[in-house]
Write a protein that binds this ligand. Structure first.
Ligand code: HEM
Length: 420
Protein backbone atom coordinates (compact mmCIF):
# COMPACT_ATOMS: atom_id res chain seq x y z
CA UNK A 1 0.00 0.00 0.00
CA UNK A 2 1.56 3.33 -1.01
CA UNK A 3 1.55 6.47 1.08
CA UNK A 4 -0.69 9.32 -0.04
CA UNK A 5 0.90 11.48 -2.71
CA UNK A 6 1.85 14.88 -1.32
CA UNK A 7 1.56 17.80 -3.66
CA UNK A 8 3.63 20.93 -3.50
CA UNK A 9 1.30 23.54 -4.96
CA UNK A 10 -1.79 24.06 -2.89
CA UNK A 11 -4.64 22.84 -5.08
CA UNK A 12 -6.75 25.40 -3.26
CA UNK A 13 -4.45 28.36 -3.84
CA UNK A 14 -6.15 31.27 -5.58
CA UNK A 15 -4.00 30.75 -8.70
CA UNK A 16 -4.91 27.08 -9.19
CA UNK A 17 -8.58 27.53 -8.26
CA UNK A 18 -8.83 30.27 -10.89
CA UNK A 19 -7.03 28.30 -13.65
CA UNK A 20 -7.02 24.61 -12.59
CA UNK A 21 -7.39 22.80 -15.92
CA UNK A 22 -3.73 22.28 -16.89
CA UNK A 23 -3.08 21.10 -13.33
CA UNK A 24 -5.89 18.52 -13.50
CA UNK A 25 -4.94 16.85 -16.77
CA UNK A 26 -1.23 16.77 -15.83
CA UNK A 27 -1.75 15.48 -12.28
CA UNK A 28 -4.46 12.84 -12.70
CA UNK A 29 -2.43 10.23 -14.66
CA UNK A 30 0.15 9.86 -11.86
CA UNK A 31 -1.81 11.09 -8.80
CA UNK A 32 -5.54 10.29 -9.06
CA UNK A 33 -5.99 11.24 -5.41
CA UNK A 34 -3.77 13.79 -3.67
CA UNK A 35 -3.32 14.96 -0.12
CA UNK A 36 -3.39 18.72 0.37
CA UNK A 37 -1.42 19.30 3.60
CA UNK A 38 -2.30 22.98 3.95
CA UNK A 39 -6.01 22.08 4.12
CA UNK A 40 -5.59 18.61 5.65
CA UNK A 41 -7.79 17.00 3.06
CA UNK A 42 -7.71 14.53 0.19
CA UNK A 43 -8.68 15.79 -3.24
CA UNK A 44 -10.14 13.03 -5.40
CA UNK A 45 -9.33 13.83 -9.03
CA UNK A 46 -9.63 10.92 -11.45
CA UNK A 47 -12.87 9.92 -13.15
CA UNK A 48 -12.86 6.36 -11.75
CA UNK A 49 -12.17 7.39 -8.17
CA UNK A 50 -14.74 10.21 -8.22
CA UNK A 51 -17.28 7.63 -9.44
CA UNK A 52 -16.18 5.21 -6.69
CA UNK A 53 -16.71 7.81 -3.95
CA UNK A 54 -19.95 9.25 -5.35
CA UNK A 55 -21.42 5.73 -5.63
CA UNK A 56 -20.41 4.72 -2.09
CA UNK A 57 -22.38 6.73 0.45
CA UNK A 58 -21.71 4.07 3.10
CA UNK A 59 -17.97 4.69 3.25
CA UNK A 60 -18.14 8.36 2.19
CA UNK A 61 -20.60 10.40 4.18
CA UNK A 62 -22.13 13.72 3.07
CA UNK A 63 -22.67 14.93 6.63
CA UNK A 64 -20.45 17.94 6.13
CA UNK A 65 -23.02 20.51 7.30
CA UNK A 66 -20.72 22.03 9.93
CA UNK A 67 -18.09 22.74 7.26
CA UNK A 68 -20.65 24.64 5.24
CA UNK A 69 -21.16 27.17 7.99
CA UNK A 70 -17.69 28.67 7.46
CA UNK A 71 -16.95 31.20 10.19
CA UNK A 72 -20.65 31.00 11.06
CA UNK A 73 -19.75 27.97 13.19
CA UNK A 74 -17.03 29.74 15.25
CA UNK A 75 -17.07 33.54 14.97
CA UNK A 76 -19.24 34.96 17.81
CA UNK A 77 -20.49 37.97 15.82
CA UNK A 78 -21.44 35.89 12.77
CA UNK A 79 -23.02 33.24 15.01
CA UNK A 80 -25.07 35.98 16.72
CA UNK A 81 -26.37 37.26 13.38
CA UNK A 82 -27.27 33.74 12.20
CA UNK A 83 -29.00 33.02 15.52
CA UNK A 84 -31.53 35.76 14.69
CA UNK A 85 -32.73 33.50 11.88
CA UNK A 86 -33.56 29.81 11.62
CA UNK A 87 -30.97 27.03 12.12
CA UNK A 88 -29.05 26.06 8.95
CA UNK A 89 -30.47 22.53 8.87
CA UNK A 90 -29.09 19.69 6.77
CA UNK A 91 -31.60 18.48 4.22
CA UNK A 92 -30.27 17.17 0.92
CA UNK A 93 -26.73 17.91 -0.13
CA UNK A 94 -25.18 17.56 3.36
CA UNK A 95 -27.16 14.58 4.60
CA UNK A 96 -26.95 10.78 4.59
CA UNK A 97 -29.62 8.06 4.45
CA UNK A 98 -32.12 7.59 5.94
CA UNK A 99 -32.80 11.33 6.50
CA UNK A 100 -31.51 12.28 3.04
CA UNK A 101 -34.01 9.90 1.41
CA UNK A 102 -36.88 11.45 3.37
CA UNK A 103 -36.10 14.90 1.93
CA UNK A 104 -35.19 13.61 -1.52
CA UNK A 105 -38.54 11.82 -1.90
CA UNK A 106 -40.45 14.95 -0.86
CA UNK A 107 -38.49 17.28 -3.14
CA UNK A 108 -38.72 14.83 -6.06
CA UNK A 109 -42.49 14.87 -5.61
CA UNK A 110 -42.51 18.66 -5.57
CA UNK A 111 -40.12 18.75 -8.54
CA UNK A 112 -42.05 16.44 -10.86
CA UNK A 113 -41.27 16.13 -14.57
CA UNK A 114 -44.67 17.60 -15.58
CA UNK A 115 -43.85 20.66 -13.46
CA UNK A 116 -40.46 21.03 -15.16
CA UNK A 117 -41.97 20.37 -18.61
CA UNK A 118 -44.61 23.01 -17.91
CA UNK A 119 -41.77 25.48 -17.41
CA UNK A 120 -40.53 25.06 -20.99
CA UNK A 121 -42.67 27.83 -22.53
CA UNK A 122 -41.86 30.13 -19.64
CA UNK A 123 -38.11 29.47 -19.95
CA UNK A 124 -38.30 30.26 -23.67
CA UNK A 125 -40.25 33.48 -23.08
CA UNK A 126 -37.78 34.56 -20.41
CA UNK A 127 -34.79 33.82 -22.69
CA UNK A 128 -36.49 35.71 -25.55
CA UNK A 129 -37.15 38.74 -23.35
CA UNK A 130 -33.52 38.80 -22.26
CA UNK A 131 -32.30 38.63 -25.88
CA UNK A 132 -34.88 41.34 -26.83
CA UNK A 133 -33.37 43.60 -24.20
CA UNK A 134 -29.79 43.32 -25.53
CA UNK A 135 -30.07 42.62 -29.27
CA UNK A 136 -30.11 46.24 -30.46
CA UNK A 137 -27.37 47.32 -28.06
CA UNK A 138 -24.74 45.25 -29.84
CA UNK A 139 -22.77 44.81 -26.60
CA UNK A 140 -23.34 43.86 -22.96
CA UNK A 141 -21.89 42.08 -19.97
CA UNK A 142 -23.22 38.63 -20.77
CA UNK A 143 -23.06 37.50 -17.12
CA UNK A 144 -25.17 40.41 -15.79
CA UNK A 145 -27.58 40.63 -18.71
CA UNK A 146 -28.26 36.98 -19.51
CA UNK A 147 -26.46 34.33 -17.47
CA UNK A 148 -27.54 35.63 -14.05
CA UNK A 149 -31.18 36.59 -14.75
CA UNK A 150 -32.26 33.50 -16.74
CA UNK A 151 -31.88 30.90 -13.95
CA UNK A 152 -32.93 33.37 -11.24
CA UNK A 153 -36.17 34.28 -13.01
CA UNK A 154 -36.90 30.59 -13.60
CA UNK A 155 -36.25 29.41 -10.03
CA UNK A 156 -38.01 32.45 -8.53
CA UNK A 157 -41.15 31.58 -10.48
CA UNK A 158 -40.90 27.95 -9.42
CA UNK A 159 -40.61 29.08 -5.80
CA UNK A 160 -43.53 31.52 -6.14
CA UNK A 161 -41.18 34.42 -5.43
CA UNK A 162 -41.26 36.20 -8.80
CA UNK A 163 -41.77 39.63 -7.19
CA UNK A 164 -38.28 39.69 -5.62
CA UNK A 165 -35.80 41.66 -7.79
CA UNK A 166 -33.18 39.53 -9.58
CA UNK A 167 -30.41 41.47 -7.81
CA UNK A 168 -31.79 40.57 -4.36
CA UNK A 169 -32.06 36.86 -5.19
CA UNK A 170 -28.50 36.99 -6.57
CA UNK A 171 -27.25 38.56 -3.32
CA UNK A 172 -29.00 35.86 -1.25
CA UNK A 173 -27.57 33.11 -3.41
CA UNK A 174 -24.05 34.65 -3.32
CA UNK A 175 -24.29 34.93 0.47
CA UNK A 176 -24.57 31.14 0.82
CA UNK A 177 -21.76 30.62 -1.68
CA UNK A 178 -19.52 33.05 0.26
CA UNK A 179 -20.25 31.39 3.59
CA UNK A 180 -19.71 27.89 2.18
CA UNK A 181 -16.89 28.57 -0.30
CA UNK A 182 -14.00 28.64 2.19
CA UNK A 183 -12.40 31.71 0.62
CA UNK A 184 -14.43 34.80 1.60
CA UNK A 185 -13.06 37.37 4.06
CA UNK A 186 -14.64 37.72 7.50
CA UNK A 187 -16.37 40.97 6.46
CA UNK A 188 -17.94 39.24 3.47
CA UNK A 189 -19.01 36.29 5.64
CA UNK A 190 -20.57 38.70 8.17
CA UNK A 191 -22.48 40.54 5.43
CA UNK A 192 -23.51 37.12 4.06
CA UNK A 193 -24.93 36.10 7.46
CA UNK A 194 -27.19 39.21 7.42
CA UNK A 195 -28.33 38.39 3.88
CA UNK A 196 -29.06 34.77 4.84
CA UNK A 197 -31.32 35.93 7.67
CA UNK A 198 -33.10 38.32 5.25
CA UNK A 199 -33.58 35.40 2.82
CA UNK A 200 -35.01 33.26 5.64
CA UNK A 201 -37.44 35.99 6.76
CA UNK A 202 -38.72 36.41 3.21
CA UNK A 203 -39.41 32.71 2.74
CA UNK A 204 -40.88 32.25 6.23
CA UNK A 205 -43.51 34.74 5.01
CA UNK A 206 -44.14 32.60 1.92
CA UNK A 207 -44.45 29.46 4.08
CA UNK A 208 -46.99 31.17 6.37
CA UNK A 209 -49.05 32.33 3.35
CA UNK A 210 -49.24 28.78 2.03
CA UNK A 211 -50.23 27.36 5.41
CA UNK A 212 -53.10 29.88 5.49
CA UNK A 213 -54.20 29.48 1.87
CA UNK A 214 -54.36 25.92 0.51
CA UNK A 215 -55.29 27.15 -3.00
CA UNK A 216 -51.72 28.35 -3.69
CA UNK A 217 -49.84 25.75 -5.77
CA UNK A 218 -46.07 25.81 -6.16
CA UNK A 219 -43.02 24.01 -4.83
CA UNK A 220 -43.16 25.74 -1.44
CA UNK A 221 -46.84 24.81 -1.08
CA UNK A 222 -45.97 21.15 -1.85
CA UNK A 223 -43.28 21.23 0.83
CA UNK A 224 -45.60 22.91 3.37
CA UNK A 225 -48.36 20.33 2.83
CA UNK A 226 -46.03 17.34 2.42
CA UNK A 227 -46.11 14.58 5.01
CA UNK A 228 -43.22 12.24 5.67
CA UNK A 229 -43.65 8.48 6.03
CA UNK A 230 -44.37 8.97 9.75
CA UNK A 231 -46.96 11.62 8.82
CA UNK A 232 -44.89 14.48 10.20
CA UNK A 233 -44.92 17.83 8.39
CA UNK A 234 -41.53 19.43 7.64
CA UNK A 235 -40.45 22.11 10.12
CA UNK A 236 -39.87 25.70 8.97
CA UNK A 237 -36.08 25.22 9.20
CA UNK A 238 -36.33 22.05 7.08
CA UNK A 239 -38.43 23.78 4.41
CA UNK A 240 -36.00 26.72 4.41
CA UNK A 241 -33.14 24.30 3.96
CA UNK A 242 -34.76 22.76 0.87
CA UNK A 243 -35.54 26.21 -0.59
CA UNK A 244 -31.94 27.22 0.06
CA UNK A 245 -30.68 24.05 -1.67
CA UNK A 246 -32.84 24.75 -4.73
CA UNK A 247 -31.91 28.42 -4.82
CA UNK A 248 -28.14 28.16 -4.55
CA UNK A 249 -27.65 24.89 -6.39
CA UNK A 250 -29.87 26.13 -9.18
CA UNK A 251 -28.51 29.63 -9.71
CA UNK A 252 -24.78 29.90 -9.54
CA UNK A 253 -24.22 26.66 -11.44
CA UNK A 254 -26.51 27.43 -14.37
CA UNK A 255 -25.18 31.00 -14.59
CA UNK A 256 -21.60 29.73 -14.79
CA UNK A 257 -22.47 27.18 -17.48
CA UNK A 258 -24.23 29.80 -19.63
CA UNK A 259 -21.26 32.15 -19.32
CA UNK A 260 -18.65 29.48 -20.04
CA UNK A 261 -20.73 28.32 -23.02
CA UNK A 262 -20.65 31.82 -24.50
CA UNK A 263 -16.88 32.02 -23.98
CA UNK A 264 -16.47 28.65 -25.74
CA UNK A 265 -18.63 29.86 -28.67
CA UNK A 266 -16.36 32.88 -29.08
CA UNK A 267 -13.19 30.80 -28.91
CA UNK A 268 -14.50 28.02 -31.20
CA UNK A 269 -16.78 29.53 -33.88
CA UNK A 270 -16.38 26.46 -36.12
CA UNK A 271 -18.08 24.30 -33.44
CA UNK A 272 -21.00 26.75 -33.36
CA UNK A 273 -21.31 26.60 -37.18
CA UNK A 274 -21.47 22.81 -36.93
CA UNK A 275 -24.38 23.02 -34.48
CA UNK A 276 -26.23 25.68 -36.48
CA UNK A 277 -25.93 23.49 -39.59
CA UNK A 278 -27.24 20.51 -37.61
CA UNK A 279 -29.45 21.76 -34.73
CA UNK A 280 -29.87 18.17 -33.49
CA UNK A 281 -26.41 18.74 -31.96
CA UNK A 282 -27.68 21.40 -29.49
CA UNK A 283 -28.23 18.78 -26.76
CA UNK A 284 -24.78 17.21 -27.31
CA UNK A 285 -23.16 20.63 -27.28
CA UNK A 286 -24.77 21.40 -23.90
CA UNK A 287 -23.35 18.16 -22.45
CA UNK A 288 -19.87 19.08 -23.71
CA UNK A 289 -20.21 22.58 -22.23
CA UNK A 290 -21.31 21.07 -18.90
CA UNK A 291 -18.28 18.76 -18.97
CA UNK A 292 -15.86 21.61 -19.60
CA UNK A 293 -17.52 24.03 -17.17
CA UNK A 294 -18.23 21.73 -14.18
CA UNK A 295 -19.44 24.70 -12.12
CA UNK A 296 -19.99 22.51 -9.03
CA UNK A 297 -16.25 21.96 -9.14
CA UNK A 298 -15.77 20.09 -5.86
CA UNK A 299 -18.11 18.83 -3.13
CA UNK A 300 -17.27 17.45 0.29
CA UNK A 301 -17.30 13.94 1.72
CA UNK A 302 -16.11 12.55 5.07
CA UNK A 303 -14.66 9.01 5.26
CA UNK A 304 -17.03 7.04 7.49
CA UNK A 305 -14.58 4.08 7.77
CA UNK A 306 -10.93 3.29 7.11
CA UNK A 307 -10.94 2.74 3.39
CA UNK A 308 -8.85 2.72 0.22
CA UNK A 309 -8.90 4.85 -2.92
CA UNK A 310 -6.66 3.38 -5.58
CA UNK A 311 -3.30 3.00 -3.83
CA UNK A 312 -4.05 5.54 -1.14
CA UNK A 313 -5.25 4.55 2.32
CA UNK A 314 -7.95 6.91 3.56
CA UNK A 315 -8.37 6.99 7.35
CA UNK A 316 -11.79 7.15 9.01
CA UNK A 317 -12.76 10.79 9.62
CA UNK A 318 -10.68 12.15 6.70
CA UNK A 319 -12.09 15.06 4.76
CA UNK A 320 -12.33 14.61 0.98
CA UNK A 321 -13.01 17.10 -1.78
CA UNK A 322 -14.63 15.28 -4.68
CA UNK A 323 -13.40 17.23 -7.73
CA UNK A 324 -16.10 16.71 -10.37
CA UNK A 325 -14.31 19.35 -12.46
CA UNK A 326 -11.07 17.32 -12.44
CA UNK A 327 -12.83 14.03 -13.28
CA UNK A 328 -14.35 15.76 -16.30
CA UNK A 329 -10.83 16.57 -17.57
CA UNK A 330 -9.39 13.08 -16.92
CA UNK A 331 -7.47 12.20 -20.10
CA UNK A 332 -8.00 8.49 -19.30
CA UNK A 333 -11.76 8.94 -19.75
CA UNK A 334 -12.01 11.95 -22.06
CA UNK A 335 -9.17 11.87 -24.64
CA UNK A 336 -7.80 15.35 -25.41
CA UNK A 337 -9.81 16.57 -22.40
CA UNK A 338 -9.31 20.32 -22.84
CA UNK A 339 -10.69 20.29 -26.39
CA UNK A 340 -14.26 21.57 -27.02
CA UNK A 341 -15.81 18.98 -29.33
CA UNK A 342 -19.60 19.11 -29.78
CA UNK A 343 -19.44 15.59 -31.24
CA UNK A 344 -17.42 14.01 -28.41
CA UNK A 345 -18.88 10.49 -28.29
CA UNK A 346 -18.90 10.09 -24.50
CA UNK A 347 -19.63 13.70 -23.44
CA UNK A 348 -22.86 12.52 -21.76
CA UNK A 349 -20.87 10.45 -19.25
CA UNK A 350 -19.61 13.67 -17.61
CA UNK A 351 -19.98 14.08 -13.87
CA UNK A 352 -20.99 17.77 -13.80
CA UNK A 353 -24.25 16.77 -12.04
CA UNK A 354 -22.50 14.26 -9.77
CA UNK A 355 -23.90 10.74 -9.50
CA UNK A 356 -25.21 8.31 -6.91
CA UNK A 357 -27.82 9.22 -4.32
CA UNK A 358 -26.94 12.95 -4.38
CA UNK A 359 -27.03 13.34 -8.16
CA UNK A 360 -28.41 16.76 -9.02
CA UNK A 361 -32.18 16.88 -8.59
CA UNK A 362 -32.39 19.91 -10.92
CA UNK A 363 -30.44 18.41 -13.82
CA UNK A 364 -33.44 18.20 -16.17
CA UNK A 365 -34.39 21.80 -15.45
CA UNK A 366 -30.80 23.01 -15.87
CA UNK A 367 -30.45 21.16 -19.19
CA UNK A 368 -33.70 22.73 -20.43
CA UNK A 369 -32.53 26.23 -19.48
CA UNK A 370 -29.18 25.68 -21.19
CA UNK A 371 -30.56 24.25 -24.44
CA UNK A 372 -33.28 26.91 -24.72
CA UNK A 373 -30.95 29.76 -23.67
CA UNK A 374 -28.27 28.80 -26.21
CA UNK A 375 -30.85 28.21 -28.97
CA UNK A 376 -32.27 31.71 -28.51
CA UNK A 377 -28.82 33.31 -28.39
CA UNK A 378 -27.26 31.49 -31.34
CA UNK A 379 -30.24 31.73 -33.66
CA UNK A 380 -30.81 35.45 -33.07
CA UNK A 381 -27.32 36.85 -32.50
CA UNK A 382 -23.96 36.29 -34.19
CA UNK A 383 -20.34 37.48 -34.41
CA UNK A 384 -19.81 37.28 -30.67
CA UNK A 385 -16.52 38.81 -29.49
CA UNK A 386 -14.95 39.45 -26.09
CA UNK A 387 -14.52 43.22 -25.72
CA UNK A 388 -12.37 43.34 -22.58
CA UNK A 389 -10.29 40.25 -21.83
CA UNK A 390 -8.93 41.88 -18.66
CA UNK A 391 -12.43 41.69 -17.13
CA UNK A 392 -12.46 37.88 -17.31
CA UNK A 393 -11.98 36.53 -13.83
CA UNK A 394 -12.83 33.32 -11.95
CA UNK A 395 -13.17 34.25 -8.25
CA UNK A 396 -11.40 31.53 -6.21
CA UNK A 397 -13.82 29.20 -4.44
CA UNK A 398 -13.28 25.62 -3.26
CA UNK A 399 -16.77 24.46 -4.26
CA UNK A 400 -17.85 26.44 -7.32
CA UNK A 401 -16.12 27.96 -10.35
CA UNK A 402 -17.47 30.48 -12.82
CA UNK A 403 -16.76 33.74 -14.64
CA UNK A 404 -17.75 36.89 -12.74
CA UNK A 405 -18.05 38.98 -15.94
CA UNK A 406 -17.99 38.44 -19.70
CA UNK A 407 -18.12 41.71 -21.70
CA UNK A 408 -19.09 40.87 -25.28
CA UNK A 409 -20.16 42.48 -28.54
CA UNK A 410 -22.37 40.85 -31.21
CA UNK A 411 -24.64 41.52 -34.18
CA UNK A 412 -28.17 40.41 -34.93
CA UNK A 413 -28.42 37.39 -37.27
CA UNK A 414 -30.57 39.53 -39.59
CA UNK A 415 -27.79 42.09 -39.92
CA UNK A 416 -25.38 39.34 -40.83
CA UNK A 417 -27.81 38.03 -43.48
CA UNK A 418 -28.23 41.58 -44.88
CA UNK A 419 -24.48 42.09 -45.05
CA UNK A 420 -23.85 38.85 -46.98
C1 HEM B 1 -25.68 23.46 -14.59
C2 HEM B 1 -26.39 23.41 -13.50
C3 HEM B 1 -26.16 22.51 -12.32
C4 HEM B 1 -25.06 21.78 -11.96
C5 HEM B 1 -23.74 21.66 -12.70
C6 HEM B 1 -25.37 21.10 -10.72
C7 HEM B 1 -24.51 20.23 -10.06
C8 HEM B 1 -24.84 19.47 -8.96
C9 HEM B 1 -24.00 18.45 -8.35
C10 HEM B 1 -22.59 18.08 -8.79
C11 HEM B 1 -24.67 17.89 -7.32
C12 HEM B 1 -24.23 16.71 -6.45
C13 HEM B 1 -23.56 17.13 -5.17
C14 HEM B 1 -22.93 15.98 -4.40
O1 HEM B 1 -22.81 14.84 -4.87
O2 HEM B 1 -22.51 16.24 -3.25
C15 HEM B 1 -25.95 18.59 -7.24
C16 HEM B 1 -26.93 18.34 -6.31
C17 HEM B 1 -28.08 19.09 -6.21
N1 HEM B 1 -28.59 20.01 -7.12
FE1 HEM B 1 -27.66 20.64 -8.80
N2 HEM B 1 -26.64 21.43 -10.34
C18 HEM B 1 -27.16 22.29 -11.30
C19 HEM B 1 -28.44 22.84 -11.33
C20 HEM B 1 -29.40 22.65 -10.37
C21 HEM B 1 -30.72 23.19 -10.40
C22 HEM B 1 -31.30 24.04 -11.53
C23 HEM B 1 -31.32 22.81 -9.22
C24 HEM B 1 -32.70 23.07 -8.71
C25 HEM B 1 -33.47 24.03 -9.05
C26 HEM B 1 -30.38 21.98 -8.49
C27 HEM B 1 -30.62 21.41 -7.27
C28 HEM B 1 -29.78 20.49 -6.65
C29 HEM B 1 -30.07 19.87 -5.36
C30 HEM B 1 -31.29 20.14 -4.49
C31 HEM B 1 -29.01 18.98 -5.09
C32 HEM B 1 -28.84 18.08 -3.87
C33 HEM B 1 -29.36 16.71 -4.21
C34 HEM B 1 -29.11 15.67 -3.12
O3 HEM B 1 -28.22 15.84 -2.30
O4 HEM B 1 -29.85 14.67 -3.12
N3 HEM B 1 -29.22 21.91 -9.22
N4 HEM B 1 -26.04 19.52 -8.27
Amino acid sequence: MNAPVQINPDLFSDEILSEPNPFYSETIPHSPVVYVPSRQLYAVLSYDLVVQVADDHINFSSQFGELLKGLGATDPEIMAVLSEGWPLTDSLISNDPPLHGRFRRLVSRAFTMPRVAAMEAEIRNTARELVDAIERRGACDFVTNFAIPLPILVISRLLGSGEVPVQTVKEWSDAFVHLFGGKASRDVQLASAHLIVAFQRHFIGKIAERRADRTIEDIIASLVHARTEDDEPLSDAEILSVIQALLIAGNETTTSTLAEGMKLFIEHPQQVEKVLRNPKLFGDMVEEILRLTSPAAGLWRIAANDTQLGEVAIPKGALLNLRFAAANRDPGHFPDPNKFDVERPNARTHLAFGRGIHMCIGNMLARKELVIGFEELLTRLTDFRITDRAALNYPPNMVTRGLSALPISFRRQLERADAL
